[in-house]
Design a protein around this ligand. Structure first.
Ligand code: ZN
Length: 251
């Protein structure tokens, strides 16, 4: 079984298209949240992901953009984008977004897997360091927790007293690349596929991952996409310029 795992698409249609094209065949698609917010194509992205995803977890931007939570905790740029997104979305897309459940979720038939936006213990928590990863790895009895939220591709793993962070190593900055992680028996993993639409690991390429249960592997991938078109849409929509600029820098 091959699961395509996407997170933090952030209404970037060009990045999503490039990812879907590169991903090839898969059996299920799991979306870890923040489909909208920041980018300029919220309706197109929702309408594309909705029929493809078997499981969706809500993200903090999803909650604010559909009006289910306040934007008080957001910085001014994020708040501006959330308000724009709220008004831009169709009624049908807003109500679909409002119905996306909170993580953690366990996909049917995969008792060893958990899907969450932030931490499996708290949907809004950023897992950035080993310190952040410790409690969820300790308390989670399952093998793999897929998480998003930080927009950083990679993750953490633990076997007894051994802890490691996982960071894909790529060779170029502009080409499609893969980095394969072989999964080991008994090890607990926190895996972030990275952000499709707004990477923040200083790599502008769209990020995603494929989990192969037979091969026991996770393939991290990066693909270039039509950055100029995505930036152009942000500017044309009147969204903050910073949101277009940061895409190029991957931060
Ligand atoms: Zn996000």
């Amino acid at each position: 079984m091959r699961a395509l795992i996407l997170s933090d698409i952030h209404a970037n249609l060009e990045a999503l298209n490039a990812v879907l094209e590169a991903a090839g065949s898969y059996d299920v698609l799991w979306n870890l949240g923040d489909v909208v917010g920041y980018g300029a194509s919220p309706n197109e992205v929702i309408e594309k992901i909705r029929p493809l995803a078997q499981m969706n977890v809500r993200g903090n931007h999803d909650r604010v953009c559909c009006g289910a939570a306040s934007a008080l905790g957001f910085n001014p740029v994020a708040r501006t984008a959330a308000m724009w997104t709220h008004d831009e979305m169709t009624e049908a897309n807003r109500s679909w977004l409002a119905g996306v459940p909170k993580g953690p979720l366990t996909p049917d038939g995969f008792p060893g897997i958990v899907l969450a936006h932030g931490s499996p213990l708290n949907e809004d928590q950023y897992i950035l360091t080993m310190r952040d990863a410790w409690a969820p790895l300790q308390q989670n009895g399952v093998g793999i927790s897929f998480i998003g939220h930080t927009h950083l591709q990679g993750g953490f793993c633990q076997l007894n007293e051994q802890w490691h962070d996982l960071r894909p190593r790529y060779e170029t900055q502009n080409e499609a690349e893969i980095w394969v992680l072989g999964l080991e028996e008994g090890v607990r993993y926190l895996i972030n596929p990275g952000s499709v639409g707004q990477p923040r690991d200083h790599d502008w390429r769209a990020a995603f991952a494929i989990y192969d249960s037979e091969e026991a592997s996770i393939t991290f991938r990066r693909v270039p996409y039509d950055l100029t078109a995505a930036q152009g849409r942000i500017l044309m929509a009147g969204l903050p310029e910073k949101l277009a600029l940061r895409l190029r820098e991957g931060r």
